[in-house]
Write a protein that binds this ligand. Structure first.
Ligand code: HEC
Ligand code: HEC
Ligand SMILES: [Ca+2]
Ligand SMILES: [Ca+2]
Ligand SMILES: [Ca+2]
Length: 459
C-alpha cells in the first residue's frame, strides 16, 4: 500500500511538473507566422547589419567559406598591373560588388548620376540576339559602361531629368512623384537612333540561396500568363539563356528575372559591371570595341574567387519580421490582403528538398514574391525586352527586410531605378496588372494606409 501511495504521489508530482512546464511553454513568446522570414536561415537582428549577417544555421565549414566570400564581395578592383585584384575595365560601372550593393542592401539613387554608383543603363536595339535575349548595340553591347580607366573613353554618360506628378489620395493627402526621363549623352561613337535604355539599380543580395531553392514547379504553379482565371493578374515565367548550363532556364534574378542563377548573375556582374573576365565570360565584354580590350588574356578573376562570391549571396541570412502581434501590423496585413497585394507578393513558399545547399532545404520562407513577371503599366515600362519579359514587365520584388532599408542602407529609394523615395511612392507607381491594388491604396482611409505602411515596415 505504502509503496503504491508513493508511486501515485510520484505520478501526480510528475503530472504537476509536466503541466507546469507546458504552461510555461505556452507563456513563452511563440514564433508568429512569418516572423522566421528565412526559416532556419533567419537572422534575429534589427541593426544596420541586418542584411549582412551569415545565416545562423551554416555548418562551421560553410561559415568559413561564407567569410571568405565576404572578402571577395568587398574586394575593390584596380587597373593592371597590380599584384592583387587587377584587371578592372578598361570600361566599367563600378569597382566592387559591395559598392553597388552597400551593406548587402540596395544602392541609393546617386546625387551625381555620372559618379560611380549602383546605377547604370542596360541597352539594346530592337530585335533579339541568337539566344532570344537583348540585341547588342553595335560598339556598345548590352550595357553602357560610363566609367573608364585613364587613357580610355567611357562608352557614354548618363542623363536624367525629373518632372513632377502629383497624386491626390482620397483623404486629401497630396503625394508628389518624380517622373524620370533618361538619356545617353557624349557617346564615344555614334549611337543608333533606336537605342533602348533600361535603367537599373543594385538591389539587396540576402536570402538568395532560399529564393534559388524554391522548386521551379512551385513558381510555375502560380503562373497564369493568359489570365485564364480572369482575376486581372497574369504572372509569367521568364526563360533565359543561361551561361552556366548553356541552355534555356527559368529566370530568377535581376529586375526582370533575366538570369537563372546567382552564379550567372555574379559572373555577369564581373564582366559587365567591372570589366573582369571569368571562366564563364573569358572574352572581355568590350572585345573588339575601339575603346575596349584588344586581346583575350587569361581570366582576371579565378573560378575559386567566383565560387566564394556566389556562396556569400547564397548564405546571407534573412532578417526576421518584427512586431507581428502589434495591432496596427495585424490590421496592415489585412489591408495588404484586401488590396490583393498578395496576388503578386505571395507571402510564403517552401524550399525544395534536393537543393545543393543543405542549409536552405525544406524551409518555410516568407519572401513576399512570386518570382514571376507582371505588366506594371506604361509609367514603369522601360520598353526593352529581356528574353520573355516585355518592355512593361518586371519581376515581383521580394518584400522581406524592406522595413529595414533605412537602417541598413541609409535611404528609402525603391523600384528598379530607385525613383520612389519611400514606400508610398513605390506603391503609387504600380500600374498595369497592379492598377486595382494601387487605386485601392489611393482610396484607403488614413488609418488603413498607415497600418499598411506599418505592416510593410515590420517585414
Ligand atoms: C555597377 C553596379 C554593380 C556592381 C559592381 C555589381 N552589381 Fe550586382 N546588381 C546591380 C544591378 C543594377 C542589379 C540588377 C541587374 C538587372 O536587373 O539586370 C544587380 C543584381 C545582382 C544580383 C541579383 C539579386 C536579385 O535578387 O535578383 C546579384 C546576386 C548580384 N547583383 C550580385 C553581384 C555580385 C556578386 C557582384 C560582384 C561580382 C555584383 N553584383 C556587382 C549592380 C551591380
Ligand atoms: C501585379 C503584381 C503586383 C501587385 C498586385 C502588387 N505589386 Fe508591388 N511590385 C510588383 C513588381 C513587379 C514590383 C517591381 C517593380 C519595379 O521595380 O519597377 C513591385 C514592387 C513593389 C515595392 C518596391 C520593392 C522594391 O524592392 O523596390 C513595394 C514596396 C511594393 N511593390 C508593395 C506593394 C503593395 C503594398 C501592393 C498592394 C497595394 C503591391 N505591391 C501590389 C508587383 C506587384
Ligand atoms: Ca579587364
Ligand atoms: Ca558596353
Ligand atoms: Ca490570373
Amino acid at each position: 500500500m505504502k509503496k503504491l501511495d508513493a508511486r501515485i504521489c510520484l505520478a501526480l508530482l510528475l503530472l504537476f511538473v509536466c503541466s507546469c512546464t507546458s504552461q510555461n511553454d505556452d507563456n513563452l513568446p511563440s514564433k508568429l507566422d512569418g516572423e522566421a522570414a528565412g526559416g532556419d536561415m533567419t537572422v534575429y537582428l534589427s541593426t544596420s547589419q541586418a542584411f549582412g549577417t551569415p545565416a545562423p544555421n551554416l555548418s562551421a565549414e560553410n561559415l568559413i567559406f561564407h567569410q571568405n566570400g565576404d572578402v571577395a564581395f568587398e574586394a575593390t578592383f584596380v587597373s593592371n598591373p597590380s599584384p592583387k585584384n587587377g584587371g578592372l575595365g578598361p570600361v566599367f560601372n563600378n569597382n566592387a560588388c559591395n559598392s553597388c550593393h552597400p551593406a548587402d542592401g540596395r544602392a541609393s539613387f546617386p546625387s551625381n548620376v555620372n559618379a560611380m554608383s549602383g546605377f547604370f543603363f542596360r541597352i539594346s536595339v530592337p530585335g533579339t540576339d541568337e539566344h532570344g535575349g537583348p540585341k547588342p548595340v553595335p560598339g556598345f553591347g548590352t550595357q553602357l559602361q560610363h566609367q573608364a580607366l585613364y587613357g580610355y573613353e567611357p562608352e557614354g554618360k548618363l542623363q536624367v531629368f525629373y518632372s513632377e506628378r502629383v497624386v491626390q489620395l482620397a483623404d486629401g493627402t497630396a503625394v508628389s512623384l518624380q517622373v524620370p526621363e533618361y538619356e545617353i549623352i557624349n557617346p564615344y561613337m555614334e549611337l543608333p537612333a533606336d537605342v533602348q535604355i533600361s535603367p537599373r539599380i543594385g538591389m539587396p543580395v540576402f536570402g538568395l540561396g532560399l529564393l534559388d531553392a524554391i522548386p521551379d514547379e512551385s513558381i510555375l504553379a502560380n503562373a497564369d500568363p493568359d489570365d485564364l482565371d480572369e482575376d486581372g493578374i497574369s504572372g509569367k515565367a521568364n526563360y533565359v539563356w543561361d551561361v552556366v548550363s548553356q541552355s534555356m532556364q527559368l529566370g530568377r534574378f535581376g529586375w526582370k528575372a533575366g538570369t537563372a542563377s546567382i552564379l550567372a548573375q555574379s559572373v555577369g556582374a564581373y564582366s559587365g559591371d567591372m570589366g573582369l573576365t571569368t571562366y564563364l565570360h573569358p572574352v572581355p565584354d568590350t572585345y573588339g570595341q575601339t575603346n575596349g580590350d584588344t586581346a583575350i588574356t587569361s581570366v582576371e578573376v579565378s573560378r575559386e574567387e567566383v565560387e566564394k562570391v556566389v556562396f556569400y549571396g547564397q548564405t546571407l541570412g534573412v532578417p526576421a519580421a518584427r512586431n507581428l502581434d502589434d495591432v496596427q501590423v495585424i490590421k496592415g496585413r489585412q489591408v495588404f490582403d484586401k488590396l490583393n497585394c498578395k496576388a503578386c507578393h505571395i507571402p510564403s513558399f517552401t524550399t525544395g528538398a534536393d537543393y545543393s545547399l543543405a542549409e536552405a532545404r525544406n524551409q518555410k520562407i516568407y519572401p513576399y514574391t512570386d518570382m514571376l513577371l507582371h505588366d506594371m503599366g506604361d509609367d514603369l515600362a522601360d520598353n526593352r525586352d529581356e528574353f520573355a519579359a516585355n518592355g512593361k514587365e518586371w519581376k515581383t520584388r521580394p518584400l522581406w527586410g524592406i522595413g529595414l532599408t533605412k537602417l541598413t542602407s541609409g535611404h528609402t529609394s525603391f523600384l528598379h531605378d530607385g525613383r520612389a523615395r519611400n514606400l508610398t511612392e513605390a506603391i503609387l507607381w504600380h500600374g498595369g496588372e497592379a492598377e486595382e491594388s494601387r487605386d485601392g491604396f489611393i482610396n484607403l482611409s488614413t488609418a488603413d494606409r498607415e497600418a499598411l505602411l506599418v505592416f510593410l515596415n515590420a517585414l
